[in-house]
Design a protein around this ligand. Structure first.
Ligand SMILES: [Zn+2]
Length: 97
């Protein structure tokens, strides 16, 4: 096992990539009224134009409205068991009663 201990984001068990599958889950969530381009093969000028456009769009947006336009990113590791459970029921239907 490497020097860095990896914990499963769901069950908190230590995951040893040398002896079991480990799943890296990258989540990117966008919400809000803005239709911006996803990161990809953008140039610096593309990103600059996007930031300028975002500033222009935010000129008339309240702080509250801006907070509600959430973008979140996350990188998680799942053990094999948790990955299989998540894949079968990603929304966690037991919580939707
Ligand atoms: Zn797990």
């Amino acid at each position: 096992m490497s020097d860095e201990t990896i914990l499963c984001a769901r069950c908190s068990n230590v995951v040893d990539p040398a002896s079991e599958n480990i799943w890296q889950m990258k989540f990117v969530a966008f919400a809000g009224p803005f239709d911006l381009t996803l990161p990809g093969n953008q140039t610096i000028d593309d990103i600059r134009r996007e930031i300028e456009e975002l500033h222009r769009l935010l000129e008339d947006v309240s702080e509250r409205e801006a907070l509600e336009a959430v973008r979140s990113f996350g990188l998680y590791y799942f053990c094999d068991r948790c990955y299989r459970e998540w894949r079968e029921d990603p929304a966690g239907s037991e919580y939707l009663a």
